[in-house]
Design a protein. Structure first.
Length: 156
């Protein structure tokens, strides 16, 4: 009877040790400072008929140092691993509320919506889309006056 107990114990410990490693591989991580902005993206998407499920899409967000000073955010797309929105921690620390929304919306535009850059301009010269490639592509600033129009275009 002790032999059966020992085998059951070894089997149970083996299962317990295996389960966390499987779960760890599936777990998505998003830095706490980014979560409210991921939530804003989801809410704005929903208002425009787009359903957002970061778990199903396997998207996470991280604040990290991006060595290239001209890059404020990146989207890494990989079919075998979670997609990652990486935001430069220095940019984030100095950004105002609308700048934070802009960078999250732009990078989730790539990672969640699979949008590419769009550098076209309106007749007044301003960027057509929040998805422009750089500040040099066209004049752009997300403001309370143009936010809805840019978000309508993003989720079209």
């Amino acid at each position: 009877m002790n032999f059966k107990f020992l085998l059951l114990f070894i089997f149970s410990v083996g299962i317990v040790l295996l389960l966390p490693s499987c779960n760890d591989q599936d777990a998505l991580e998003t830095d706490a400072e980014l979560i409210p902005y991921f939530d804003i993206f989801s809410k704005e998407a929903s208002k425009r008929g787009v359903s957002v499920d970061y778990e199903a899409a396997r998207i996470e967000g991280l604040l990290q140092d991006i060595p290239n000073a001209s890059v404020q955010g990146q989207c890494f797309r990989n079919e075998e691993k979670p997609r990652k929105v990486i935001i430069d921690i220095n940019y984030w620390s100095n950004a105002n509320e609308l700048e934070k929304q802009f960078i999250i919306f732009h990078e989730l535009g790539h990672c969640f919506l699979d949008r590419d850059h769009l550098d076209s301009s309106e007749p007044d010269g301003l960027c057509t889309s929040i998805m422009h490639s750089s500040p040099n592509a066209c004049p752009f600033e997300l403001t309370t006056l143009n936010r809805e129009e840019y978000l309508d275009e993003l989720f079209r």
